[in-house]
Design a protein around this ligand. Structure first.
Ligand code: UD1
Length: 422
């Protein structure tokens, strides 16, 4: 069983370069099957979810080559239109291959997706978007089959923003006949980078960055080169770890523009957060944190609001705050599983529906805890760095789905953290 050991209660300091974005690269990998040549990605994060997506693409018939953080995807031949069931169970983003398969082959078969256990996570909006484009969908005992003779551009209206459904709608629409308009689209930076990537391959998408995307279908797409942007959630995790444990750090490659709400929240808890000013001049963010955090009220929401993926890490900070804080989770209904683990470390948190009330105390204490999901696991690492004594985090395999090497990164920040078993 994979385990991480942390000896906490000492301030962090140092610099790290942030990995490429997990949520950015996954839809782009799916999108690469829309073209019949080769796509070259750089700055690809070496994480489990990327390995899983590459496995799915290879199963479809793509030839993929990963060298360091460079990945090439040759999608000249796509033989299969079925996504392997075991991969679907491992990773929710496998659903994104569906939109791309529909665009390329007009047929896709999948199963209800897996991923982190943070809520019911239905796919009704994805299927609704496909139906709007003229796709027929048959669902039977968890198997979902979608097919069409032609995909026809249409108006897709989402009742609320869904990142995955917006991405799937885009993937299915770029090669459809005629024009598509997606209203109520999610505005996350990862959608913006997906649109830029698709346009670079020859797609015609306008309104990028807004909630109303307009797509003019094109006949075909071509290969290209693309650099995966820095991971704003990994960057946020490390900034939050510094806010929890104290100290100062430079997080290179962190996308400052995309992280304004996170910056505001960190400033509200008492940290000094600025664009990276070190030499040589590079993109990034620096943070300084002295003393105990201040208590705050925080609500998660779709971008540009505070990201739900950083909600659990923020819990770790607020357990140490002076006063009582509230976090309202407004994206997923079951994202407080990590609270039970923080209790074991001495945190005082009450859950009331979708709200966590956090009664701050001076210090947490290290103990044995378990990662329940990707971001919750990372939150425990942040809490452990702030806690007195030793913490062991079991099931850290979840953390590896999204972080290249959380121990390596936090050791660069002087954290006493190591992975114990295989
Ligand atoms: C993506 C991110 C995830 C992040 C989430 C919200 C990736 C790979 N994952 O997940 O890290 O936490 O955005 O920022 O990019 N919903 C429906 N029906 C649907 C689809 C979604 O009801 O068909 C609901 C979900 O249950 C949730 C909300 O919409 O309550 C938002 O989910 P969504 O934006 O779709 O999240 P994901 O794309 O799964």
């Amino acid at each position: 069983m994979s385990e991480i050991r942390v000896c906490g209660y000492r301030p962090l300091s140092g610099e790290i370069k942030i990995q490429g974005s997990k949520n950015g690269v996954l839809p782009m990998l799916a999108a690469s099957i829309l073209q019949k040549g080769t796509v070259q990605f750089t700055n690809v994060p070496i994480i489990q979810d990327v390995a899983c997506m590459v496995g799915i693409l290879e199963f479809m018939g793509c030839r993929c080559r990963l060298e360091g953080s460079r990945l090439s995807v040759d999608a000249s031949e796509i033989e299969h239109t079925q996504i392997p069931k075991e991969d679907v169970g491992k990773m929710r983003s496998s659903i994104l291959v569906m939109g791309a398969l529909l665009g390329r082959k007009k047929r896709a078969v999948t199963w209800y997706p897996g991923g982190c256990t943070i809520g019911s996570r239905p796919i009704d909006l994805h299927l609704k978007a496909f139906s709007c484009l003229g796709v027929q969908v048959k669902e039977e005992e968890g198997r979902v089959e979608a097919f069409a003779d032609t995909l026809n551009g249409s108006r897709i209206v989402f009742p609320f923003p869904s990142v995955g459904a917006t991405e799937n709608a885009l993937l299915a629409a770029v090669l459809a006949e005629g024009e598509t308009e997606i209203s109520g689209a999610a505005k996350e930076p990862e959608i913006e980078s997906l649109c830029r990537f698709l346009n670079q391959m020859g797609a015609d998408i306008r309104g990028i960055g807004s909630g109303r995307l307009r797509i003019r279908g094109v006949k075909e797409l071509h290969g290209t080169e693309f650099e995966v942007p820095g991971d704003r959630i990994a960057a946020g995790t490390y900034l939050i770890a510094v806010a929890a444990a104290g100290g100062e750090a430079g997080i290179l490659n962190a996308p400052w523009e995309d992280m304004q709400e996170v910056v505001q929240v960190l400033r509200a808890v008492g940290a000094t957060v600025e664009p990276f000013s070190g030499k040589p001049k590079r993109a990034g963010i620096e943070i300084k944190m002295k003393g105990r955090p201040k208590a705050i009220h925080l609500a998660t929401g779709p971008y540009p609001e505070f990201p739900t993926d950083l909600q659990s890490p923020m819990l770790a900070v607020l357990t140490r705050a002076e006063g009582t804080s509230i976090i309202e989770e407004r994206v997923f209904e079951a994202r407080f599983k990590t609270v039970g683990e923080l209790w074991k470390m001495g945190a005082q948190i009450e859950i009331m529906g979708n709200r966590a009330v956090i009664y701050g105390k001076n210090r947490l204490r290290g103990t044995d805890v378990k990662a329940w999901d990707l971001r919750g696991g990372a939150a425990l690492a942040a809490a452990a760095l702030a806690a007195q004594g030793e913490t062991r985090i079991s099931d850290c395999i979840y953390i590896e789905r999204g972080y290249e090497d959380i121990c390596r990164d936090l050791r660069c920040l002087n954290g006493a953290i190591e992975r114990l078993s295989p």
